[in-house]
Design a protein around this ligand. Sequence first.
Ligand SMILES: Nc1ncnc2c1ncn2[C@@H]1O[C@H](COP(=O)(O)OP(=O)(O)O)[C@@H](O)[C@H]1O
Ligand SMILES: [Mg+2]
Length: 232
Amino acid sequence: MPLETGLHATGLSRSYGAGAARVSALDDVNVHLHTGRLAAIVGPSGSGKSTLLNVLGGMDTPDAGHAALNGIAFTGMGSRKLTEFRRNHVGFVFQFYNLLPQLTALENVELARRLPSHHGVDVQTSAQLLDRVGLGDRADHFPQQLSGGQMQRVSIARALAKRPALLLCDEPTGALDSASGVEVMTLLIDIAREGLAVVAVVTHDPTIRDVADHVVEMRDGRVVADSHPPVS
Ligand SMILES: Nc1ncnc2c1ncn2[C@@H]1O[C@H](COP(=O)(O)OP(=O)(O)O)[C@@H](O)[C@H]1O
Ligand SMILES: [Mg+2]
């Protein structure tokens, strides 16, 4: 595998506020996440996990440092280029799903699929995407007619709409009962092992930590442990 594949980040720093109120949310973070692996980003509340995920997905810009996805350096991009980068390459999954309540499962996925991007015709249909997450029979249900685990699976189908090279999930099982959490995690592991994307999951859930291929542990904005897996 060429060295530049996956997500490489070096020297990432991000602070909020000024003077005595200044918080260093990221302090010289280096990570290398691999395509085809599920990485868990763990650490106490306030340790910088969400900030790291947002910087790695081009939702936030670091004060210093460099990050590249499959050789595409995105930390220096202006906001228009960065929006295009996110749309073409990054899928996001959030704790509380962020589905539009007035749209069905199918329509929620379709909305993301229709966003303009460079991918054109090779993207899967919304029905195929819902099948992929095991919800082919729930396409016409509205979010309020779905369980938490089902809503999260719709949000994963939506995140996969552009065949992202990077799938970032912030506490995806945080609002789920343990059985639904296991289902969602199993799905995310399957997606990672298909080998098409880097999958990174921010979590407090010890079961995710146990099944992850790679664990990055944060504290006070720094990486304090990294079970960097060997490249196969
Ligand atoms: N938008 C913001 N404005 C000010 N401080 C923030 C902001 N976002 C995060 N922080 C601070 O940065 C630190 C890291 O936050 P965060 O990345 O959300 O941690 P985690 O996800 O690990 O709980 C915390 O001290 C938090 O209060
Ligand atoms: Mg967080």
